[in-house]
Design a protein around this ligand. Structure first.
Ligand SMILES: NC(=O)C1=CN([C@@H]2O[C@H](COP(=O)(O)OP(=O)(O)OC[C@H]3O[C@@H](n4cnc5c(N)ncnc54)[C@H](O)[C@@H]3O)[C@@H](O)[C@H]2O)C=CC1
Ligand SMILES: CC1=C(/C=C/C(C)=C/C=C/C(C)=C/C=C/C=C(C)/C=C/C=C(C)/C=C/C=C(\C)C(=O)O)C(C)(C)CCC1
Length: 527
């Protein structure tokens, strides 16, 4: 029997300042700082999630038509595994760190790096992986010793209500709270003072967040969207490319910010790619996507209309799929052959199961189009030979990249995840989640006995520079042309090459030459 879901209700706007004040003042009680407290809260959150698995599954079904399998993989087990990983590593990460590269003269000041909590943080989530992308950052915030307020997306209301319930019953409510609502509630939150805002969502709202943070210089982590290219060359394995890129657009019905937004394909292999996509589609959904229990639905009528409009507006030709059902918010995985790089299917983020394919003359053209559509996308998916892939990775920027695959870099839970340029700033997950929510605070302690040595820094300065220079001024090992200068000993030891590797090669070549000479001389002597 399906579990009863808690109702979604907006937090009254008038209550928001009071809740924020409570959570903010808890930070100053120092309650969240001991590692043992953080670990205990994380462990309680873990069990809170475990105890509400059935409700999470039901909520994700209601919000997104998400299959149990996808909810387990990408929401429930994702966050549970993350908590277990943090639980195992937090003490190690939180240890005071000895910095590298400290000059000898500063050694006695015991330079070190503390990992201090930031304070009271705000986490604003999105709808597509509602639990993962909301509780994921929260795990980092708790691990970092912060207090936090979480604002789930109102576009996944069932999941938002379940998250509110889970936090209320599992963790300390004076430290961590859910505020539910839409734009007015988020605006009320943004009017408060935060020590960090962690936002996942669209670039447009990202700008609103950054603007709201600017007057108080509040740091922000922005996890935004992108128009991510996949590039398929003639040398790629087209069968694999088709299966993997199709997976990239059917998981969560394509509502994945790192999935490819469009595919640039060498014109010679377009027919093969389309045929392989057709065959992969039949393989994944033998009775069609609509009948499959594995294929999700679009989150809201608003998102459905937006995706439909994109398809209506294209000048491209649908070659696979194209059916829809507004009542069910169902959109079939749809492959569209596009011939114009300014087609809105390329230039706008579909955030749905649309798979535009654009034939190109060669790799240079593909790279040119990718760079002109979006110079700093969130993801990049090159399929081709080793050299072609290297060229693509070098010439096209992106937050992350998966070679010969769709968004695989985004499913490795302990790999830092984030955008670049306007696809986001900052990263999180695994250790990076902890780093995202702490300040690496450099600290020194100057011993009393150093006072005599430190006299060099006090006025009168007369005659002190030479003394200082002896201790602390470095000499360049490069000349005015930018060439590296070698010392005499280094020159001799490296046989005039300047590098150990080239020195060894030269020594080996000399040894071969000497042996050959010896053999030749031996032969001459015998003759
Ligand atoms: N980089 C990443 O990890 C991810 C990025 N995304 C991106 O998110 C976008 C789709 O998600 P949406 O939820 O539609 O994004 P969105 O930006 O509309 O909403 C995200 C959050 O911002 C709040 N919000 C919306 N409008 C606001 C306003 N005017 N003022 C203050 N707050 C506001 C919403 O309540 C929601 O909690 C896509 O662009 C997608 O690529 C989605 C998932 C992950
Ligand atoms: C099984 C054996 C092996 C190894 C097998 C491997 C490596 C299997 C890999 C399977 C994968 C990658 C399955 C996919 C899982 C999908 C997940 C977890 C989805 C997560 C979704 C997330 C986090 C969504 C994020 C969305 C974001 C950020 C967004 O919208 O932007 C060996 C090792 C080969 C040995 C033999 C056995």
């Amino acid at each position: 029997m399906a579990p009863n879901l808690p109702p979604f209700a907006n937090t009254p706007i008038d209550d928001i300042p009071k809740i924020v004040e409570e959570v903010r003042s808890t930070f100053f009680t120092q309650k969240t700082k001991p590692i043992e407290f953080r670990l205990r809260q994380l462990r309680k959150l873990y069990w809170g999630i475990v105890d509400h698995e059935a409700e999470i599954i039901e909520a994700c079904k209601k919000d997104l038509g998400k299959s149990v399998y996808e909810t387990q993989l990408s929401e429930i087990k994702w966050v549970e595994n993350d908590i277990i990983f943090v639980n195992k590593n937090l003490e190690k990460w939180a240890k005071v760190e000895k910095p590298e590269d400290i000059p000898l003269t500063n050694y006695f000041m015991r330079p070190r790096i503390r990992k201090d909590p930031l304070g009271c943080v705000l986490i604003i989530g999105t709808f597509n992986f509602p639990i993962n992308l909301t509780f994921g950052p929260l795990v980092g915030a708790i691990a970092g010793g912060n207090t936090a307020i979480v604002k789930p997306s109102e576009q996944a209301p069932a999941s938002a209500a379940v998250m509110q319930k889970i936090l209320a019953v599992s963790v300390d409510p004076s430290c961590y709270r859910v505020i539910n609502g839409g734009i007015p509630e988020t605006q009320a939150l943004l009017a408060e003072k935060w020590d960090k805002i962690f936002f996942t969502g669209s670039a447009n709202v990202g700008k609103i967040i950054a603007k709201a943070a600017a007057p108080t210089l509040t740091p922000v982590t922005l996890e935004l969207g992108g128009r991510n290219p996949a590039i398929v060359t003639k040398k790629a394995d087209i069968h694999l490319a088709a299966r993997r890129l199709l997976w990239g657009k059917i998981f969560n019905a394509g509502q994945v910010c790192i999935s490819q937004n469009y595919i640039l394909v060498d014109k010679d292999v377009v027919p093969t790619l389309v045929a392989e996509l057709k065959s992969a589609m039949a393989d994944f959904f033998p009775n069609g996507a609509k009948e499959s229990p594995d294929y999700g639905r679009i989150a809201s009528n608003q998102q459905f209309s937006r995706i439909k409009k994109m398809l209506d507006n294209t000048s491209g030709k649908i070659v696979i799929g194209g059916t829809m059902d507004a009542e069910q918010r169902f959109i079939e995985p749809t492959v569209i052959e596009v011939s114009d790089p300014s087609d809105s299917l390329l230039t706008e983020e579909s955030f749905g199961p649309l798979i535009p394919i654009m034939p190109v003359e060669n790799l240079d053209e593909a790279i040119r189009i990718a760079n002109s559509v979006h110079a700093t996308p969130l993801g990049l998916y090159p399929f081709g030979s080793k050299d072609e892939v290297e060229k693509i990775l070098t010439e096209v920027r992106s937050g992350g990249a998966s070679v010969n695959d769709a968004w695989t870099h985004g499913v490795i839970p302990t790999l830092a995840f984030g955008g670049v340029g306007d696809s986001g700033s900052g990263s999180y997950r695994g250790r990076a989640s902890f780093d995202c929510f702490v300040h690496r605070r450099s600290v020194t302690t100057t011993p009393r006995w150093m006072e005599k040595l430190l006299a060099v820094r006090y006025p009168p300065y007369e005659g002190k520079y030479e003394q200082y220079a002896k201790m602390s001024v470095s000499k360049p090992n490069f000349d005015r042309e930018g060439n590296i200068k070698f010392g005499f000993i280094r020159y001799i030891l490296t046989l005039g090459s300047g590098s150990a590797k080239r020195g060894i090669l030269r020594a080996a070549a000399l040894a071969v030459l000497a042996v050959a000479l010896q053999i030749a001389l031996g032969r001459t002597a015998r003759a």
